[in-house]
Design a binder for this molecule. Structure first.
Ligand SMILES: Nc1ncnc2c1ncn2[C@@H]1O[C@H](COP(=O)(O)OP(=O)(O)OP(=O)(O)O)[C@@H](O)[C@H]1O
Length: 264
């Protein structure tokens, strides 16, 4: 479960560079909820994820995970319960370590363990089984360097890594944006599969309006640090990409030509 209450984040307060990234966001996700987050550039999407992960300290407001107030808890202390996958396939793993080593490290995330026990044979067998089960076709390459994989394969493994430790919250920050369409669809399919299998609570930032409407159970639209739209169920099912565009146009009072939002 994730809850943010009246979350405000202001960067460089009181200086000429002051920027109000979040202006009072309140949002509650129950266990197993899968929320797609959309918004124009600078809307505050990554800042919201950063505040939940513990990378950014709120100016005011609260963050709760599983009912506990974690507002002041550092990111390392939350890492057992919160996993995050970034846009850059290289961001979540170490290219010089083998695939198995990366996976073993991910499996021990948030635990006070040394590296070597993480590579125990029993643990490796479990990891191999997971890779096989997900049909990633990488089970015979576990000894190869992570850096030898394609961007799509590496991002798929980043997702698997994010779900190896017993996290209940998965934060996805445009995690398919750097992939070609075929790999993006594969990674999205894997995302849905893992989220359902482990009953994860997911916040997925996307620039694709189609994905924002098709993936997950709820769509939240941010604009200039505020929630502009929060829809689920029949209301969401009845929305079209054109409806989303209209919302943006109304909020901004201008055309979206220069924006990175994708209608596909
Ligand atoms: N560390 C920082 N210092 C100063 N300003 C920041 C910092 N991080 C973000 N901002 C500003 O806060 C606002 C929200 O940024 P954020 O990255 O959350 O937006 P976003 O919705 O993820 O945008 P995009 O879609 O472009 O990635 C922007 O105006 C950004 O310039």
């Amino acid at each position: 479960m994730i809850e943010v209450r009246d979350l405000v984040i202001t960067f460089n307060p009181g200086s000429p560079l002051e920027r109000k990234a979040l202006r009072g966001i309140s949002l509650r996700l129950g266990e197993g909820d899968f929320v797609s987050v959309i918004g124009s550039n600078g809307a505050g999407k990554s800042t919201l994820l950063g505040a939940i992960a513990g990378d950014m300290l709120p100016t005011s407001g609260r963050v709760l995970l599983g009912g506990s107030d974690v507002t002041r808890l550092p990111a390392e202390a939350r890492s057992r319960h919160v996993a995050r996958v970034f846009q850059d396939p290289l961001a979540g793993s170490c290219g010089n370590l083998s695939i198995a080593e990366n996976l073993a490290l991910a499996a021990s995330r948030g635990q006070r363990r040394s590296f070597l026990p993480a590579l125990r044979q029993s643990r490796l067998s479990k990891i191999r089984a997971r890779i096989e089960e997900l049909n990633l076709k990488l089970e015979d390459r576990l000894d190869q360097p992570m850096g030898s994989l394609s961007g799509g394969q590496r991002q798929a493994l980043s997702l698997v890594m994010a779900t190896l430790a017993p996290s209940s919250v998965l934060l996805l920050d445009e995690h398919t944006a750097a992939l070609d369409p075929r790999n993006a669809e594969f990674v999205l399919g894997l995302t849905r599969d893992l989220a359902a299998r482990f009953r994860l609570t997911v916040l997925m930032v996307t620039h694709s309006m189609r994905h924002a409407l098709d993936i997950g159970t709820r769509t939240v639209m941010l604009h200039e640090g505020r929630i502009l739209l929060d829809v689920a169920g029949a209301e969401r099912a009845g929305l079209t990409i054109e409806d989303l565009l209209d919302q943006f146009r109304r909020a901004r009072g201008e055309a979206l030509a220069e924006d990175r939002l994708l209608t596909g």
